[in-house]
Write a new protein. Sequence first.
Length: 397
Amino acid sequence: MGALEGVRVVEMGMLLAGPFCGQLLGDLGAEVIKIEPPGSGDPMRRWGHRKVNGRSLWWPIIARNKKSITLDLRTEEGQAVARRLIAKSDIVVENFRPGTLEEWGLGYEELSRENPGLIMVRVSGYGQTGPYRNRAGFGSIAEAMGGLRHITGYPDRPPTRVGISIGDALAGTLGALGALAALYHREVRGGRGQVVDIGIYEAVLAYMESTIPEYALTGYVRTRTGSVLPGVAPSNIYPTRDGQWLVMGANADSVFRRLAQAMGRPELAEDPRFATHDARGENMELLDEIIAEWTATLPIDQLLEILEAAGVPAGKIYTAKEMLEDPHFQAREDIVWKDAPGIGRLPMQNVFPKLSNTPGEIRWTGPELGQHNYEIYCGLLGLSEAEVADLRERGII
């Protein structure tokens, strides 16, 4: 049994931020019922750079552990069915533009009258209040507004993206955290349900360390620094003889002494330019050049053996290939193989974090569109087969 066994979640969001929140809750054992538009479904069913048999390789992950039902929330009949389902649920996750649910008669005030314990996670670009609330908000825009894009990349080039949809993922993560906090408040402290309001830009802002007080109190604006951490050295990537890149962090005094010894250059640890943390930060470029000259003479595997023996943190830059082959990933079952409809066996990241007594589990991968209509409509809600057939005929499900 997962930690959230017995918790029912209705997911009404699409694309990334809301569905990632639902994925996290489902991974930990919650029953997640995903509402999708009849006929088309969530666009995530079609997203991704590569497809197999015309199917997205993203969908089996983002929709895993979810039950798919189809329902047209733009119709009065669809809204009435949604209210019946939500009345029997603990959490609703949605990432529509603010005000959309209210237009459909599915706002929190109305839903909570029937279900006072309801928790609603509302993920949007800019949050439910404020002058920007009605703007269309995508993760990329939120990453820029939250400050991440400005500091990502190299100083002599324009800002760049991280490489994944990090803003959406952060918002989904904080949405799940908020849902669990609200659930604890309701179940343990006897509180009512409540709204969890998270703007994607705020999720990015939450991870921006001390950038705000650095500017407000000292006038310093962090900017792009590429692969280095300003004032902290050595902490960079270094070339190897076999054309790879080694990541290394040896900025603590004791670790740097071990690195100098491993390089066969123990005198570097006594050199006034490198002997202290501050000195290494001031002479970072020169020190990185010296280290790069050494790493470029050896293949990466030999470098890693030397550095591991010396107790110096270092590693390869992994791609999916290295992740699949690495014995540590295998020992911890970080990647698991699962069956996906229309695709067959495929690997995906496991459930994190790992709970010792109630671990999460990938019970199934992303479902077919409307796969669980009969189970939910006839089983949970008690509709007759004739009623379901009528709703289907009229395009409501």
